[in-house]
Write a protein of this length. Structure first.
Length: 388
């Protein structure tokens, strides 16, 4: 079978963008994450990783490990913009691009050779283009299927290009930890490790029946994956699934007015991103994390999709109140919209009110585009703004 499936994953993505935009940061330990000491690390440059800093680590711990680090709050819009440029480069070589995250994709290169050379040459060209146009490095894995390609890109990070040839599959896979296998989550990992199955090689010692008994359908999948067999196709999915925004407060919030003010600010952000992308969504979600870290996600479905600030805000309040989520100190709050469709897809309810809201939202967008984010503020936002 030909080596036609490529997995590309940018190196230390957010941090690399920061270093590229501000060359003074090159070579320095850059840590991107949370607005305050209470957040977690989004990512760390490879210089910072030497100190043991990694994604999802509390910022305070990162500061302890790497006090000389450059800590940045993160600029999500900028990373999204660079991500679009990265994907444009991918689309230049093939339309068969499956986006996995902001900095990661599968490319199916079957049939691209006549135009651009074989997959190895294409991989080199993609790395060159990423570097020459955007100043960024990526790690690439090339193999015969998605599972192997993703494994391979991780084997030679950063700035790597790992070509996983047929003859090497067993030798490379067998010593790897089972957590590297697609579909092995925390629970499966614990279960298998409690039985002494810690590597892919050990996993292969179990028969198909044994694995099915142990883990059901997932077990069958593991049987095949551990042998490098994966029939999943690269699925073209350049669609965003949801747009959301969440914040960890500098201090836990219990005051309803303050909470609603931040909810409004986040609803504005989310609805604005939807409008910019020409999207609307019919599920509104909120996320609440209390001081003791218990976390609740609640959602409500609408008959008709929306990207209107007031509807999103109103439904978010409804979710907070209906689920009695107010009253305890809140550490983190988030609002999101999912079940997305193109704007205006179902224009069933063009009530006058909607038209009014549309106009208001669009006017505010325009003013903000022209005069900056804080040029227009709703009365409720003032409280929140002052308390930040
Ligand atoms: P990753 O590709 O997992 O990480 P990375 O690109 O920073 O580093 P590398 O691939 O070289 O190991 O994630 C891509 C971006 O997604 C990352 O730059 C920041 C963001 N991210 C978070 O915000 N939180 C997280 O927990 C993780 C893992 C990533
Ligand atoms: Mg990455």
């Amino acid at each position: 079978m030909a080596l036609n499936i490529m997995h590309v994953d940018m190196d230390a993505f957010y941090a690399a963008v920061e270093q590229q935009d501000n060359p003074a940061l090159k070579g320095k330990p850059v840590i991107v994450g949370g607005l305050s000491n209470r957040g977690v690390v989004s990512t760390a440059s490879y210089e910072a990783r030497k100190y043991g800093v990694h994604s999802a680590m509390p910022i305070v711990e990162a500061k302890r490990l790497c006090p000389e680090g450059v800590f940045l709050p993160g600029r999500h819009d900028r990373y999204a913009e660079v991500s679009r440029q990265i994907f444009e480069i991918f689309y230049h070589y093939t339309p068969l691009v499956e986006k996995l995250s902001i900095d990661e994709a599968f490319l199916d290169l079957t049939g691209c050779s006549r135009l651009f050379g074989d997959p190895i040459q294409i991989g080199k060209k993609i790395k060159e283009e990423l570097y020459n146009k955007l100043g960024l490095t990526a790690s690439i894995g090339l193999a015969r299927n998605k599972f192997l390609a993703k494994l391979a890109s991780d084997l030679d990070k950063p700035d790597g290009f790992f070509i996983l040839e047929e003859k090497d599959i067993d030798r490379i896979l067998e010593p790897l930890d089972i957590s590297k296998v697609w579909g092995v989550g925390k629970k499966t990992e614990e279960l298998l490790k409690s039985k002494g199955i810690d590597t892919i090689g050990r996993l292969k010692s179990l028969s198909l029946d044994e694995l099915e008994m142990l883990l059901g359908k997932n077990g069958i999948q593991l049987y095949y994956l551990s042998r490098g067999i994966d029939n999943r196709k690269v699925e073209v999915n350049n669609q965003v699934k949801s747009i959301s925004h969440e914040e960890t407060f500098a201090e836990n919030r219990v005051d309803k007015n303050l909470i609603l003010a931040s909810l409004l600010r986040m609803s504005i952000k989310v609805s604005r991103r939807l409008r910019k992308a020409g999207l609307q969504g019919s599920t509104i979600e909120i996320k609440v994390r209390y001081g003791d870290f218990t976390t609740y996600n609640r959602s409500v479905s609408l008959a008709v999709g929306t990207n209107k600030t007031d509807i999103i805000y109103e439904k978010a309040i409804y979710l907070l109140e209906k689920n009695r989520l107010l009253g305890k100190p809140i550490r983190l709050l988030g609002v999101g919209v999912s079940n997305l469709s193109p704007e205006g897809a179902q224009q069933l309810s063009l009530f006058e009110n909607n038209i009014k809201m549309d106009k208001l939202d669009k006017t505010i967008d325009l003013l903000r585009d022209r005069f900056g984010e804080s040029s227009v503020m709703r009365a409720r936002n003032l409280d929140d703004f002052k308390s930040r």
